[in-house]
Design a protein around this ligand. Structure first.
Ligand SMILES: Cc1cc2nc3c(=O)[nH]c(=O)nc-3n(C[C@H](O)[C@H](O)[C@H](O)COP(=O)(O)OP(=O)(O)OC[C@H]3O[C@@H](n4cnc5c(N)ncnc54)[C@H](O)[C@@H]3O)c2cc1C
Length: 470
């Protein structure tokens, strides 16, 4: 097992492939791989939140439907089981949406994205799944002067569209009442929550199996035909419709090679520190993110820990070899150092776990849903997939059943196509830009101005019309 850092105080940090959340739940009994040929009404490829919500919604809309879910590994053990557990809307993408699709559609998408927060809470309640769902507003905070402006776009966009309560400014003293960590200012996003992500993904997995959805794990789909046929190493599913819900592996499928890029994100976790949370006054469960380009995101857990993430890990190549992004000791060490810098109260406390995973970076910064023949797809969550994958499941189920309504008419469905550059350009360019962003954020931390090359390279994505992951 790789160890983080050379310093002795790093030795307690255990790098795990699946992360603490899945350990907290405990192991599951894998379902049988697919052997031989079979048929179904709908085959769903990928058993993360998106695939499982789609399967769930399909059965909700048509209870007699025969639905098969195929997962290359164990359902719910990908990023869905080990993310930061921020359940967010798309309100903070309102300005991007306005620029792309106009005010009316932007507002419709932002409002619809609230379904993720309310729908997950209601589902946990109805189904008796204790996913530690806790409604609390998200704070986007400035840790440097330069960040004070970043979240203000969202405030202005919401005010302009008559929704000023969705994102509102926070003064430093109000912030200090919620978390007294010396933040300079920030904004409050009204509608959000946190979950224990693995309790949600495995709760969903268990409920799907109990509902009669056929789940085959350790069953990688090698080919997905336009006619809805999914081919696996030892079998095949012929289905009326297929749903591709494989997150960062989407680019490994024919027809989707340029659909997205792959970055990575990493989390470190403290031992329980309830006294520190008490001292900070951070007892309201608010998820917090800062205003850096490669942002930090942090939250508390039910047992009084702090989970602290950093969206600045290395880039992936195409949709392949994604496992390399799960454990990255350098990114974890950086996250750990940043955590201690932001919360000096944690000096001497143990940072017990570190883990990471791939992020499917959308060329538009927005998730993309749509259909190509009888194959329906969803990808591009760009680090905000917990809430939006619920809405995505509702949309994909409707597309697979050919039911059109206000959800399938949202601007997230079949948007104007925007492509990423081909490999190896995508990886090389992404890696250079990422390094420049790390330098720009470091200069920002130090209160200095980044050099001209860093400014030029880090500004490239925006000039090319591409948006960055959170
Ligand atoms: C460290 C980290 C922190 C994050 N924090 C947050 C957060 O706080 N809030 C938030 O909203 N989002 C966060 N995200 C993003 C979020 O986790 C994802 O957007 C979300 O889980 C996507 O769900 P999914 O179902 O699309 O993907 P996944 O959970 O990746 O599921 C895809 C499934 O497809 C399977 N698969 C892949 N290839 C194949 C194949 N060929 N055949 C069959 N199956 C296949 C995989 O095994 C996997 O189970 C984070 C991500 C990471 C990595």
């Amino acid at each position: 097992m790789p160890r983080g850092g050379s310093a002795g105080d790093d030795a307690a940090m255990r790098h795990t492939r699946y992360g603490w959340w899945l350990e907290e739940v405990g192991p599951v009994e894998p379902t049988a791989p697919l052997e031989g040929d079979t048929s179904a009404d709908v085959v769903v490829v990928g058993g993360g939140y998106l695939g499982l919500w789609t399967a769930w919604q399909l059965r909700r809309l048509e209870p007699a439907l025969d639905v098969i879910v195929l997962d290359a590994g164990l359902a719910g053990h990908g990023p869905s089981g080990r993310n930061g557990g921020f359940v967010s809307t798309l309100w903070d993408d309102l300005q991007i949406l306005r620029d792309r699709v106009g005010d009316a559609q932007a507002l419709a998408v932002a409002r619809a994205s609230e379904r993720g927060v309310t729908g997950i809470g209601a589902w946990c309640e109805e189904q008796g799944v204790d996913a530690w769902f806790r409604a609390a507003p998200t704070l986007v905070v400035a840790t440097s002067e330069a960040q004070l402006e970043t979240a203000r776009d969202g405030v202005a966009a919401c005010a302009a569209l008559g929704a000023p309560d969705e994102i509102r400014p926070l003064e430093a003293d109000e912030l200090a009442e919620r978390c007294d960590a010396g933040f300079l200012g920030g904004v409050l996003l009204r509608t959000s929550a946190t979950v224990q992500p693995a309790r949600l993904s495995l709760g969903l997995r268990a409920k799907a199996i109990a509902a009669g959805i056929r789940l085959h794990e350790r069953t990688p789909v090698r080919r997905l035909g336009r006619d809805g046929t999914a081919t696996t190493p030892r079998g095949r599913v012929r289905a009326g419709h297929a749903v591709l819900a494989v997150n960062s592996a989407t680019a490994a499928f024919a027809g989707y090679r340029l659909a997205h890029a792959v970055a990575s994100s990493h989390i470190v976790l403290t031992e329980p520190v309830p006294d520190v949370l008490e001292e900070l006054g951070w007892t309201g469960g608010e998820p917090i993110a800062d205003g850096r380009t490669l942002l930090h995101y942090f939250r508390t857990t039910r047992d009084g820990r702090i989970a602290f993430g950093w969206g600045g890990g290395r880039m992936g190549f195409g949709g392949r070899r994604l496992g390399r992004l799960d454990v990255d000791p350098r990114a974890a060490r950086k996250a750990r150092a940043d955590l201690l810098r932001l919360f000096p109260q944690l000096a001497g406390r143990r940072i017990t776990h570190a883990w990471g995973g791939p992020i499917d970076v959308s060329p538009t910064h927005l998730p993309i849903f749509g259909s190509r023949g009888r194959v329906h797809h969803g990808f591009g969550f760009t680090g905000n997939g917990v809430g939006p994958s619920y809405l995505g499941g509702e949309i994909l189920a409707r597309l697979a059943l050919d039911r059109r309504d206000e959800l399938t008419r949202l601007a997230l469905v079949d948007p104007e196509r925007k492509l990423m550059p081909p490999e190896p350009l995508r990886w090389a360019g992404g890696t250079a830009i990422r390094a420049a962003l790390v330098r720009a954020d470091a200069a920002d931390d130090a209160g200095s101005r980044p050099g001209p090359v860093t400014r030029l390279v880090s500004g490239l994505p925006r000039r090319l019309g591409l948006r960055l992951p959170r």
